[in-house]
Design a protein around this ligand. Structure first.
Ligand code: G6P
Length: 366
């Protein structure tokens, strides 16, 4: 009811603003990195596997897609990520030394549950879930679990569940890295410290809301939008596009920025805003040249740039400055202004933000 909403207009907005608390709660009780965070016997399981298969749907699939970058670069473990409804119906090559990881806010998504059972029936006994509901079918079905503490999520478009999933997946990365000996205790401590600082860093990002509101006015009048990211932030661009289409009904798609020249550049005109996630990482110079390709064709760019990137406002180039680069955990910060952009664009268009047409919060039938 309205009382629960407090100062917020919709549950989605409230849930976006709950993220510092949700992440803090998800990390509460994490004294240090140990496999046992994922359940009794996790050490033995982590020793018995040498690849990861992530299965999920919707927004949860994008948190899994982000985690692939972490798992391969930090834990050095080969990782594949599949849409649950695809995996369950295709012929794949099972490897018993696989950790099957399902990601689900509700823990009840029919396709994800079926994909999990399919994987097990193919002879992969080791299963782990990152899930927001401790009493769900997914948690009961999996050998190991990490329960995120986002709290009840009401808005159909997932926000705080996504960022807490990322936090859980980063812990999984660090635990696997520890068992596999790919991080030193010093590196682990640095990562953990950065995680603990996330609630404060998220508050700083949430303070950008008025600047995002100003952009949303322009977006509300568009019918198409393109989102670009590279590397670790490509799944964040995908998630930003998903948020925008789910609640504002603006057609949006996301591309890895390096693929621009292989197709979507043909769509670029001043009528299509191009949203870019621009962290100051190793790919920044490449990304800047992708931005030039868009500007040279009259495209209008909306860039979320880390403060240290030196990307400046100019004709056809709008910049919102994020805090300093946040390293491996940067996706958890960069997704937040994309959530806010979708939210305020939808508000400006007057859609039913918390209950978008044709969509359900939890899809328990196929
Ligand atoms: C539905 C919801 C999405 C969610 C997806 C997967 O489509 O509208 O917000 O990402 O299901 O749900 P799960 O509960 O498995 O994360």
């Amino acid at each position: 009811g309205a009382a629960e909403l407090g100062p917020y207009r919709h549950y989605m907005q409230k849930e976006i603003f709950e993220q510092p608390r949700a992440i803090a709660d998800t990390l509460e009780g994490v004294e240090g990195i140990t496999p046992e965070l994922f359940g009794d016997g996790a050490y033995r399981v982590f020793k018995a596997i040498d690849r990861v298969l992530i299965l999920a749907c919707g927004t949860s699939y994008y948190s899994g897609s982000t985690a692939k970058y972490w798992l391969e670069s930090i834990a050095r473990i080969p990782t594949s990520v599949e849409i649950a409804s695809e995996y369950r119906y295709r012929d794949s090559v099972p490897d018993p030394r696989t950790l099957v990881v399902t990601i689900s806010q509700s823990g009840e998504t029919a396709d994800t549950l079926a994909a999990l059972k399919h994987a097990r029936s193919l002879g992969m006994p080791h299963t782990l879930t990152i899930c927001n509901v401790a009493t769900s079918a997914m948690v009961r079905e999996c050998e190991l679990a990490y329960i995120t503490r986002a709290g009840v999520e009401v808005g159909v478009a997932s926000t705080k569940a996504f960022t807490t999933q990322l936090a859980g997946l980063f812990l999984l990365t660090l635990a696997l890295a520890q068992v596999r000996g790919t991080t030193t205790p010093e590196q682990e401590a640095v990562h953990l410290k950065a995680m603990r600082h996330l609630p404060v860093a998220l508050q700083a990002v949430l303070a950008l809301e008025p600047q995002v509101v100003a952009w949303a006015e322009a977006f509300a009048r568009k019918e198409n939008a393109l989102f670009l990211g590279r590397g670790l932030h490509y799944p964040i661009a995908l998630e930003g596009a998903l948020k925008l289409k789910e609640i504002s009904y603006i057609h949006a798609e996301a591309y890895p920025a390096g693929e621009l020249k292989h197709g979507p550049l043909a769509l670029v005109t001043s009528a299509m805003p191009v949203v870019t996630v621009a962290p100051n990482d190793a790919l920044l110079e490449k990304l800047k040249s992708n931005l030039q390709e868009v500007r040279a064709r009259g495209g209008e760019l909306f860039v979320f740039a880390d403060a240290d990137t030196r990307i400046e406002n100019a004709e056809g180039l709008h910049v919102i400055r994020m805090p300093e680069h946040y390293g491996a955990l940067s996706p958890i910060l960069h997704v937040v202004p994309l959530q806010l952009l979708a939210y305020h664009t939808a508000c400006a268009r007057g859609t039913d933000v918390d209950k978008p047409r044709n969509l359900a919060k939890s899809v328990t039938v196929e």
